[in-house]
Design a protein around this ligand. Structure first.
Ligand code: ZN
Length: 193
């Protein structure tokens, strides 16, 4: 496994729609190694997830994992989940304003509206069709990763540019109010496979 370089905003690879992965391709050593590298790169960088576009590969593969080492201390833990060809199904129309960051957008955060409850349909790395339900911040994380596979960054979804802040200024001025606001949505929620 290796830690791969992460593409940053302005790199056209982040604006491409990633392509579906065919079953035989998913079984190939190259794609299985890519998945291992995504896992290792996410762990090294400390994000809540990582999509293939972010390591300059335009295939519909992403990993989500929230452990004690992620840089979002308030996010509910999510076990390692590899999603291939994911599709988001809204489970309600309710939306939540979540302050997000992104490994591809260094030192910037902003408020983004996300669906509060989603079902994620995907294929696991063994080629098995699966689905999981996610709520609150965890639902937001899955939507953020699937956005990457469509060439969308959280920046595109920020409705109020005044919500932009560096990580330091967020912690200093905005984090407490944010944590109070999202408290009802921060409970553990994802069943992952
Ligand atoms: Zn991101």
């Amino acid at each position: 496994m290796s830690v791969l370089p992460i593409a940053t905003v302005g790199d056209p690879v982040l604006r491409e729609r990633a392509q579906e992965v065919a079953p035989e391709e998913l079984r190939s050593p190259g794609v299985q190694r890519l998945i291992d590298d995504l896992i290792e790169t996410r762990r090294a960088a400390g994000g809540a997830g990582l999509a293939a576009n972010q390591v300059s590969v335009t295939r519909r593969i992403a990993v989500v994992e929230v452990d004690e080492h992620t840089r979002y201390a308030y996010k509910p833990r999510v076990p390692l989940t590899v999603i291939v060809n994911p599709v988001i199904q809204p489970l309600s129309r309710e939306r939540l304003l979540i302050n997000e960051g992104c490994l591809s957008v260094p030192d910037l955060r902003g408020d983004v509206e996300r669906l509060v409850a989603v079902r994620v349909h995907y294929v696991d790395r063994g080629g098995n069709p699966r689905e999981l339900d996610a709520h609150g911040l965890t639902a937001g994380t899955f939507q953020h990763e699937v956005d990457h596979l469509d060439g969308v960054l959280f920046l595109d979804r920020v409705k109020d540019p005044r919500s932009f802040s560096t990580w330091e200024q967020f912690a200093r001025h905005h984090e407490q109010a944010f944590l109070r606001r999202i408290a009802p949505y921060a409970a553990p929620s994802a069943g992952a496979g």
